[in-house]
Write a protein that binds this ligand. Sequence first.
Ligand code: KIV
Length: 285
Amino acid sequence: MSHLTLDTATSRANPTPAPMKRLTIPAIRNRKGKEPLVMLTAYTVRMAQLLDTHCDILLVGDSLGQVIYGLPSTLPVTLDMMIAHGAAVVRGSYHSVVLIDMPFGSYEASLEAAFASAARVMAETGAAGVKMEGGEAMAPTVRFLSERGIPVMGHVGLTPQAVNTLGGYGARGRTNAEHAKIIADARAIADAGAFAIVAEGVVETLANTITAEVSCPVIGIGASNQCDGQVLVTEDMLGLFERTPRFVKRFDDLAGRISAAVETYAAEVRSRAFPGPEQVYPARD
Ligand code: KIV
């Protein structure tokens, strides 16, 4: 497919990588209870290049719907969007395992539909696996794909594709019934063969219980530092948005820094200070 080809002679976004070996799904699975897994989202080739050596997993999350496309939720994200961004992230990375989120509507209807969608993702991006939201109801799908060569990362707790059913993006697991249901979800997905599970927006004690009870690594977001790893949306942790949820730590203030840089640029254009002598081409003698 065209997604997999890149004219490196003309691409300034594709520096030659230092030789390195890409991590594998079994290596990720073996990190259960060991050094915490480092996972971030990436949607573009350049961001993938910048994150790659620091991370174990790059997730092409369907959060790209809001972060890149300004959509109101992840629900309108399509398989084609995920594949285009997924292929870019694979092209920009050489070390991390790249996983692609299965978008809403591409996997829920039947085992066959899920396999067809996931097989497209794998074939057209070169990614190592997929992530899909859902608990007990999705366990047969996780098993079907895992047994047919498609590694699956599960996603339980706050599952944003179910926002209309859940009624919002609030933390989950505060009632006994919800607590028990989310543990059952995680167990079912792990037993079905998921190589890892994201636990999103769950109370800390619940995250700790899930981490202790399932045999695969549990990666937290808004969960607990006792999980087997952590994931954040990169643009959130870099401070690209003014408003960030409670569970996000802003490791930088990129929004402020971009704004300051662009303010300086605009001033220099208006005063004709830019371009200066170093940025123009002198005539030949
Ligand atoms: O879509 C996404 O970015 C995610 C992570 C936040 C886990 O699912």
